[in-house]
Design a protein around this ligand. Structure first.
Ligand code: ATP
Ligand code: MG
Length: 447
C-alpha cells in the first residue's frame, strides 16, 4: 500500500510533494549559516519563494554539518542580483547568482524547467547524444526537483515555515542510505555523464548504496565521460579525491570503469605493473588520513602519484632508446602531461609542482658533494620524499633511499657528513652513472 506520506501523483502527472513539518524533521536553523539565512529571509521578505536545497539539506538530515548552502527560488537571476549588492551573475551552463559574505558564497539558482516541453519540443539545446548543452529555462519547483540528479539531493527546506518538501522520495532514500537517480538512469547519464562520477562520489562520501537500477548503466556508459570538457572534469577530480574519502572513491571508480576515463595512462600502467596500483592506493590512503587530521593536502602530490607509473614507464622506454636518464625523465613527463590534459585539465599552479616532484625523483639518488644539500633545500623536497617513500612501499624500487633521506633530514652536521661519506665511497649508489664522465676527476672532497 502506498504510504500517505509519500509524494502523490496528481492528475496532471506532476508529483505533489510530501511536506514534512518542522516537528517531523531534524533540520534546525542552527545548522544553517548566518549568510544563508540572510539570503533566504531577504528573498522571502521581497515576496519570493526561498528554499535551501541539495547537499546542505541532505547532509543536515544525516546529522552532518553542511559545508555550503545552495538556495533555490522563483526570483529570476536579475531579481536576485537587484536584492543583493554583494552579488554577481555567473555560470556558463547555468546562470546562477553568487551572493558573497566575506569568505562564504551562497549560490542562488532560479527554479529550472524541464529540458523539453510536454510536446517534446526542445527548449534547451541538446546534442545528438542527448547531452544537455544549455538550459536556462525557468520553471516551477516541481520541475526544478525532477531535473536534479539524486532523490536525496532534491529535498527543499522552505524558510517560510521550516517544512521540507520532498518531490522524489528523497527522505525515504536518506533513511535507507540509498543513492537513486531521479527518472530513467541511462537517460540521466546521457544528459550529463558527470552524474556517474557524482554517484560514486556521494556513495563513497556518505556510505550509501547505489540503487541497482542507478548502478547498472554505468559500466556501459562510462566512456561518455570522454565528451566532457577537461576543465569540468578537473573540478570533479578535486571533489572526488580531496574530500577525505579518496581511497574508497578510487576503488569504486575503478570498479565501474570510470577511473580509466579520467586517467587512461594510469589505468594502463596499473594493468602492466602491480606496484602502480599500490602506489595510487597508498597515496590516497595518506591523503585521506591527512584530511582526517586536518593537515594540509595538495592536488599536485596526488596527481604526481596518479601519473608517476606512466612517466616512469615512458622514461624507461626512452632510456632503452639511448636517452640519458634525466632528459628521459623530463621528456616522459612532458609527453604524459600533454596526453593527460586532453582528458582532465591540470591548472599550472598544480602542474608545475607536480613536475617538480617527478624531476626530484631523478635527483634524490644523486647525493654527492653539495647535491644532497641542494635537493634538501628544494621547495618540493618534502613532497618528493613522500613520493619516494610510496614508491618503495609499493615495491617499485628497493627500500633504502628513503631511510637515507630520512636520516639525512633528521641528522645533525656530524650525522650528515657520515651519511654523505657512505654514498661518497660507493659510486655505484649514485644512480646516474654518467656523472662519472667528468672532465676533471673530482677532488677528494671532505664529505
Ligand atoms: P556537495 O556540495 O556536498 O558536494 P551537493 O549535492 O550540494 O553536494 P553541488 O554540486 O553543490 O552538490 O550541487 C547542488 C545541487 O544541484 C545538487 O544537490 C543537485 O540537486 C543539483 N545538481 C548538481 N549537479 C547536478 C547535475 N550534474 N545534474 C543534476 N543536478 C545537479
Ligand atoms: Mg553543494
Amino acid at each position: 500500500m502506498k504510504s500517505l506520506l509519500e509524494p502523490q501523483e496528481s492528475a496532471s502527472g506532476v508529483l505533489s510533494p510530501r511536506v514534512i513539518p518542522r516537528s517531523e524533521h531534524p533540520v534546525s536553523r542552527q545548522q544553517i549559516s548566518e549568510p544563508a539565512l540572510k539570503v533566504l529571509y531577504r528573498l522571502n521578505g521581497a515576496g519570493f519563494d526561498a528554499y535551501l536545497v541539495g547537499g546542505c539539506i541532505r547532509d543536515a538530515l544525516l546529522g552532518k554539518m553542511p559545508k555550503d548552502f545552495d538556495v533555490a527560488t522563483n526570483a529570476t537571476p536579475e531579481q536576485v542580483r537587484d536584492l543583493f549588492r554583494n552579488s554577481r551573475l555567473i555560470g556558463r551552463r547555468f546562470r546562477i547568482v553568487h551572493v558573497r559574505f566575506g569568505r562564504e558564497v551562497i549560490e542562488v539558482t532560479t527554479f529550472r524547467g524541464k529540458p523539453q516541453d510536454e510536446h517534446g519540443d526542445h527548449i534547451a539545446q541538446q546534442s545528438d547524444a542527448g547531452l544537455l548543452l544549455r538550459d536556462n529555462v525557468w520553471g516551477n519547483i516541481e520541475e526544478d526537483a525532477l531535473r536534479r540528479d539524486f532523490t536525496v539531493n532534491a529535498l527543499y527546506y522552505n524558510i517560510a515555515d521550516f517544512t521540507i518538501h520532498d518531490f522524489a522520495n528523497g527522505a525515504r532514500d536518506i533513511d535507507s542510505r540509498t543513492l537513486r537517480l531521479i527518472g530513467d538512469p541511462a537517460t540521466r547519464y546521457r544528459e550529463d555523464p558527470v552524474r556517474m562520477l557524482r554517484a560514486v562520489r556521494f556513495a563513497a562520501k556518505l556510505g550509501f548504496t547505489i540503487d541497482a537500477d542507478t548502478e547498472a548503466p554505468m559500466y556501459d556508459l562510462a566512456p561518455l565521460l570522454l565528451q566532457i570538457p577537461p576543465a569540468r572534469l578537473f573540478d570533479e577530480v578535486l571533489k572526488l579525491f580531496m574530500s577525505g574519502h579518496g581511497l574508497v572513491t578510487f576503488r569504486m571508480l575503478s570498479h565501474y570503469g570510470l577511473f580509466g576515463m579520467l586517467f587512461p595512462e594510469a589505468e594502463e600502467a596499473m594493468a602492466d605493473a602491480a606496484w602502480a596500483e599500490e602506489l595510487i592506493e597508498h597515496a590516497l590512503a595518506n591523503t585521506d588520513k591527512r584530511i582526517a587530521e586536518e593537515r594540509p593536502v595538495t592536488p599536485a602530490f596526488l596527481l604526481a602519484a596518479f601519473l608517476w607509473a606512466p612517466v616512469a614507464h615512458r622514461q624507461a622506454e626512452l632510456e632503452g632508446e639511448g636517452m640519458p636518464s634525466i632528459p628521459a625523465l623530463q621528456t616522459a613527463a612532458q609527453q604524459v602531461v600533454t596526453r593527460q590534459l586532453q582528458h582532465v585539465s591540470i591548472p599550472k599552479r598544480f602542474g608545475m609542482p607536480m613536475r617538480d616532484i617527478w624531476e626530484l625523483q631523478g635527483r634524490l639518488p644523486l647525493r654527492r658533494g653539495k647535491k644532497a644539500f641542494q635537493t634538501r633545500e628544494h621547495p618540493r623536497f618534502r613532497a618528493a620524499y613522500d613520493l619516494l617513500l610510496l614508491r618503495e612501499q609499493a615495491g617499485e624500487i628497493p627500500r633504502g633511499l628513503g631511510d637515507w633521506w630520512n636520516a639525512f633530514q633528521q641528522g645533525d652536521e656530524h650525522d650528515q657528513r657520515r651519511l654523505l661519506q657512505k654514498v661518497g665511497g660507493d659510486p655505484a649508489s649514485q644512480g646516474n652513472r654518467r656523472r662519472k664522465k667528468r672532465r676533471k676527476p673530482s677532488k677528494p672532497s671532505p664529505e
